[in-house]
Design a protein around this ligand. Structure first.
Ligand code: ZN
Length: 401
């Protein structure tokens, strides 16, 4: 019997690792979000003090979807359920995969046997590091026992058996980093906006997240077993605050991934433009500077956010004739990006230079082409399109020795 179980686990792990269609938008635009209110129909989820988890999370899910639609009409919001119906766990991720969702948000409320435990936590898929986290996954996965053919649909997975969870150890989703990033934003918002204990970002083996081919999280918005939290969660103000927190996390996550990708795409276009169209030592000016290739992108007002830029401008004004230096251009975009290292793969000496309506981001400040070339060679591992520029009067142009 033991041996038999082991074989099932091995087979299961192999099949899970191979089922992994790549979804999501290559350009990084967040176009589709799937909101998954846990449980439903014959499965009430956690029940305490007359409150059923399935009702609470459906309410929050619908509020969240409305907020997203109101603010981002271009984003497609899909619910795995928008009424009180039973949806098997495996179908929930399938809905997200079929719709090529860019983000999957599963909403739940927690339950433990004691009434004093409380707080919020957000899970991403992975192997639990504590018994406590395993218990949460066990509870949320137990619903499959209500499904027909669960042993077929989950390839022999037994939600109650600790052994069944071993497979999650080998499941390193390619979306793990983004999932954790989004989860961290949710917990940050919760800790700012709610008076609930922040239990943090955790990993555990949730079947509902298992097959999702996009960044995905499972949010436990509070403990239904804790009378104070229950009261808060069912109140209008409570539901609104919880929803707003998840929405704010969504907003900042969306903005970040879209900034990152636009930045990379424009950087690439810009590099090609410069390399092919500018003569050696040609200098760009406000009049002749390269424009973004996408005519649909409206130019933005020049908003100065970085100290670095201010320094450059001052230098230009004070002593324009000697202000010539070399640097490595790593990106160009119409967007104004804060020059903090976090936005530039941890590079610490980024300067933003504005040419026309394009913001060029360069690294370092060197007095020779050779020194800048050395820096370019180092940076190419992070920014494959990096190239050396000579900056004169605050305007960078392609430099050739
Ligand atoms: Zn649940």
């Amino acid at each position: 019997m033991k041996k038999y179980k082991f074989q099932i686990l091995i087979l299961l792990s192999i099949s899970l690792l191979t089922i992994h269609p790549v979804h999501g938008d290559q350009t990084g635009t967040l176009r589709t979000v799937v909101i998954d209110p846990g449980h439903g129909g014959m499965d009430p989820g956690a029940v305490s003090g007359g409150v059923q988890e399935k009702d609470l999370v459906l309410d929050i899910a619908l509020r969240l979807g409305r907020k997203i639609r109101e603010t981002y009409p271009e984003v497609k919001v899909i619910y795995t359920r928008n009424k009180d119906v039973f949806i098997p766990l495996y179908q929930r991720a399938d809905i997200a995969n079929r719709n090529k969702a860019d983000l999957f948000i599963s909403l739940h409320a927690n339950y433990v046997a004691t009434t004093t435990v409380g707080g919020t936590e957000t899970f991403t898929l992975g192997l639990h590091r504590s018994q406590e986290n395993l218990e949460v996954a066990r509870k949320e996965n137990a619903v499959i026992l209500l499904e027909d053919d669960y042993s077929t649909n989950y390839e022999g997975f037994n939600p109650k058996e600790a052994e069944s969870y071993i497979m999650f150890e080998s499941m390193q989703s390619e979306y793990q980093e983004q999932s954790i990033d989004f989860a961290a934003r949710i917990q940050e918002q919760f800790s700012q906006n709610l008076q609930l204990n922040n239990r943090g970002v955790k990993q555990a083996g949730f079947l509902v997240l298992r097959r999702a081919s996009m960044p995905s999280v499972l949010v436990e918005v509070g403990f239904i077993s804790n009378p104070n939290e229950r009261k808060f969660m069912v109140s209008e103000a409570g539901k609104e605050k919880i929803t707003q927190s998840v929405f704010d996390a969504f907003k900042s996550y969306k903005k970040t991934i879209e900034n990152r990708s636009n930045f990379a795409i424009l950087a690439e276009n810009e590099t090609k433009t410069e390399t092919h169209s500018l003569p050696a030592n040609g200098s760009a000016s406000n009049e002749t500077g390269p424009q973004a290739e996408n005519p649909n992108v409206k130019p933005k007002a020049n908003v100065s956010t970085s100290n670095t830029e201010a320094t450059v401008s001052q230098g230009v004004t004070k002593n324009p004739s000697t202000d010539k230096w070399y640097a490595v251009q790593i990106a160009a975009t119409q967007k104004v990006i804060d020059t903090t290292p976090a936005n530039f793969k941890n590079e610490k000496s980024i300067t933003r230079l504005k040419v026309g309506n394009i913001n060029k981001y360069v690294s370092g400040k060197y007095d020779s082409f050779a020194a800048a070339t050395k820096e370019k060679n180092r940076l190419r591992s992070k920014f494959p399109d990096a190239f050396v520029v000579v900056v004169e009067n605050g305007i960078p142009s392609l430099a050739r020795n």
